[in-house]
Ligand binder design. Sequence first.
Ligand code: SAH
Ligand code: SF4
Ligand code: F3S
Length: 443
Amino acid sequence: MLEKNKKIFLKTYGCQMNVYDSDIMLDQLKKKGYEATSSDAEADLIVLNTCHIREKAAEKVYSELGKYRSLKKKNPSLKIGVAGCVAQAEGNEIIKRQPLVDFVVGPQSYHSISTILERLDDEEKVVNIEFATQEKFSKLKVNGGEKIKPSQFLTVQEGCDKFCAFCVVPYTRGVEVSRSVNEILDDAKNLVKYGAVEITLLGQNVNAYCGLDNNLKERDLSYLINKMSEIANLKRIRFVTSHPADMTEDLIQTFGSNPKLMPYLHLPIQSGSDAILKKMNRRHKVSDYMEVISKLRDVRSDIALSGDFIVGFPEETDEDFKKTIEICHLVRYASAFSFKYSPRPGTPAFERKDLPDSTKTERLSALQAVIKDYQQKFQKNLVGEKLPILAEKSGRAEGQIVGKSPYLQPVFFSGSMELIGKIIDVQIIASEANSLSGVVQQN
Ligand code: SAH
Ligand code: SF4
Ligand code: F3S
């Protein structure tokens, strides 16, 4: 039996899906009497929820694990677990490489984490990396009844069937699985009941969402968004991350027709060159992407666009790279993420010849300068505007509140803490590197 009041130190890497999953694990463990701690030194259980997307992300895990050697010496009953995408990708190998690790649990097996801990009473090591997606979702984040933060994430879809040549996600997260409409609506209502005002629908390929309704009819993401917007106290809906090939006409139109769907879309293109997109197995051309962008702007002219780019993919020439820069000029992103290509074992591109790191570094900094420039332009354009801001939490300074603009920028302003959870009009007065500041407008 597990004793009461043991402490868990849980560290999360990678994407929002991992953040969401960490909450699931904490929920499971709280039921078993664990409480969270922010100090690894006082933990009885350490879990790293890991990311495998780039080499650096995966290597971080091993350097972190190494640090726990002395803790384990001091407290031999300390249990150490590796969860997440490195767990799924490397399984048993993790324990071989770092014997400090007691258990390995893949992203589809978090519902079994308490059983794993019980098994460790008798077994030396436990590895569970089975795929059983549906089971893990039966969680109730708000069953304690305490108030939750105004902005919440809700997983609606997991896994990916796209198999981009560089990407580990289809292997670590498995095939696309969508939750049912009703299950999601129940979760959403529950989140709203306890204080959520904004919900971001999560999925590795969220716009491929295809869940069953009560009549076992398949429904798409636009249907789900429209259903969710019927929840009166839910004011804002977002979704992330989308693939250009799954931007259906209906979904595009929803940006124009549903005022609760926020004017922001993260739509990665990865490269501005058709030749590279083909080598990446992206299943869309630059012209397809631009058509989606233009339709989006037709229905929602102020929409903020964001994206992901990979530079230095195998065989990317200077000409190819120039086309990536051109895309930035055409789209004028409000923000974007960019990465040096990192060869990942098990993916088709892994076998291809890697470009020199110096080429990647050069291209990355050139791209980031352009992206940053457009981000500043986008933000500066908002100065002088009155925007509806969701007040999310108190800031570091006394009396300061941090909110979120419809376009996803953090907005700092002064006000009473009673404003938290409300959407208020704020006059934007300045743009900083990654945020805005403003003053509350009295009505
Ligand atoms: N499901 C999302 C996110 C995938 S991972 C999507 O399809 O957009 C987030 C980003 O990491 C990707 O968009 C891509 O830009 C980047 N990425 C994925 N694999 C990579 C690799 N091997 N090297 C460098 N960047 C990578
Ligand atoms: Fe990875 Fe491509 Fe799937 Fe995105 S769409 S998760 S980049 S395989
Ligand atoms: Fe990383 Fe897995 Fe997310 S590889 S980006 S944690 S899906």
